[in-house]
Design a protein around this ligand. Structure first.
Ligand code: ATP
Ligand code: MG
Length: 321
C-alpha cells in the first residue's frame, strides 16, 4: 500500500524550514564520546540560560541514563522516542501532542533550562517497523523525514535541540540527520577513529542537496593532556591535519568556506571527572567539580564555553549564506 497522496501532501505542505538550532551529534565509530559531548553541551548551554532539548535515539539509551533516568524505568512510560516516531504517528501528525514527550531531566543538579525526550531500549525494534514501512510503502522514507522535520519544528520554544545518535546507520538516524539543520561529529585522536569520519560524510552526501544538514565541525575527544603517545594515537596537530585531509573532498563548497581548514572545534581532554560526570546519573556532583576545578591548563568549563562560542559563530555564518 502506498502512503496516501493526501497525507504525503499534507506533510510536505507543513513549514519547510528546519529548526534553526537542531544538531545531530553523530559518528559511525562507537565509544568515541558522542553521548559525553552531547550531555556536556546540553548542560553548559542550559547553564548559560539557553533552552535545550536533548533527544536520545540510541537503543543503548546512554544519554537518558547520563541525564539520570533510572535504567529500570527508561521504558516505563508511553512517552519515549519510540512512541513519538512510531509509524502510526506519521500520518496523524496534526494530532500528536509533541509537548507531552518533553521530560524533566532527573539529575537534581541539572540546569533548569535543560529538558529531554527519553530514549527506549526498543528503538532497534522501531527501526524494524520503519524498514517494513519503507519496503512496503513507496515514499515512506520521505514521510518519516517530513515527520521528523516537523516534529523538530514543534520544539521551536527551544534554542537548541541536540540529538545523540547511535554508532550505526539506523533509518531513524538517517531521517534525523536529514531533518536537522546541522551535525557535529566527535572522534578520538587515533587513526582508525579519525578515518571513520569520511564514511559519515559520504553518507550525509547522499541526502538530497537542499535537505542536507551542514557540518559544524568535529570535537577531538579524550585527548591525552600529558602529551604522551599511546599505541595507535596520534598527536593533536597530526589528527587535525589527517581529519581535514580525509573529509575535504566530501564537503560542500559552502561547508569548506565556513570550516575554512579548521575542522576541529574543540580538544576535550581525557579526564576522570568527565567519565564520572557521564556515569553519575541522577545526582551529578561531578557537574559541580567540572565547573569549579581550574588548573594551569584550560579547565573543562573554558573548553566547553569556547566550543559553544564556535558552534554559535558557525551557525551565524551559515545563516548568512
Ligand atoms: N573526555 C573523556 N574523558 C574521560 N572519559 C571519557 C571522555 N569521553 C568519553 N569518556 C568515556 O568513554 C566512554 C564512551 O563514551 P560515550 O558513551 O560518550 O561514547 P559514544 O561515542 O557515545 O559511544 P556509543 O557509540 O556506544 O554511543 C564512557 O565511559 C565515557 O565516560
Ligand atoms: Mg553514545
Amino acid at each position: 500500500m502506498d502512503i496516501p497522496e493526501n497525507i504525503k501532501q499534507k506533510l510536505e505542505n507543513l513549514p519547510i524550514d528546519k529548526h534553526p538550532g537542531s544538531i545531530c551529534i553523530a559518528n559511525y565509530k562507537g565509544g568515541v564520546g558522542k553521548t559525553t559531548i552531547t550531555t556536556l553541551l546540553g548542560y553548559y548551554l542550559a547553564n548559560k540560560g539557553k533552552k535545550v532539548l536533548l533527544i536520545d535515539i540510541d537503543p543503548q539509551c546512554s544519554l537518558s541514563l547520563a541525564a539520570g533516568v533510572d535504567p529500570a524505568k527508561v521504558d516505563k512510560t508511553d512517552f519515549t522516542i519510540y512512541h513519538l516516531v512510531t509509524p502510526n504517528k506519521w500520518a496523524n501528525i496534526a494530532k500528536v501532542k509533541f509537548s507531552q514527550y518533553i521530560d524533566a531531566v532527573p539529575d537534581i543538579h541539572a540546569p533548569k533550562e535543560l529538558k529531554m525526550i527519553r530514549g527506549s531500549f526498543d528503538i532497534d525494534e522501531l527501526d524494524k517497523l520503519i524498514i517494513r514501512e519503507i519496503t512496503q510503502k513507496p515514499n515512506a522514507d520521505d514521510t518519516l523525514y517530513y515527520y521528523c522535520k516537523n516534529m523538530l519544528n514543534a520544539f521551536s520554544d527551544f534554542d537548541y535541540v541536540l540529538i545523540d545518535c547511535p554508532p550505526n546507520k539506523m533509518y531513524l538516524t538517517q531521517a534525523m540527520l536529514r531533518a536537522c539543520s546541522y551535525f557535529l561529529t566527535v572522534t578520538i585522536p587515533d587513526k582508525i577513529s579519525v578515518y571513520g569520519m569520511p564514511r559519515l560524510l559520504k553518507w550525509v552526501k547522499e541526502i538530497p542537496k537542499h535537505e542536507k544538514p551542514y557540518l559544524l565541525g568535529c570535537v577531538l575527544n579524550a585527548v591525552n593532556r600529558a602529551g604522551g603517545y599511546e599505541y595507535g594515537t596520534i598527536n593533536q596537530q597530526q589528527a587535525t591535519e589527517e581529519l581535514y585531509k580525509s573529509i575535504r573532498d566530501q564537503l560542500e563548497p559552502v561547508e569548506r568556506k565556513i570550516i575554512d581548514n579548521k575542522p576541529v572545534l574543540a580538544h576535550v581532554p581525557r579526564l576522570d571527572v568527565i567519565s564520572r560526570f557521564l556515569s553519575q546519573g541522577a545526582n551529578k556532583s561531578a557537574w559541580y567539580e567540572l565547573r569549579h576545578t581550574g588548573s594551569d591548563q584550560q579547565s573543562v568549563s573554558e573548553i566547553m564555553m569556547n566550543l559553544i562560542n564556535r558552534i554559535t559563530k558557525r551557525i551565524e555564518d551559515y545563516a548568512k549564506i
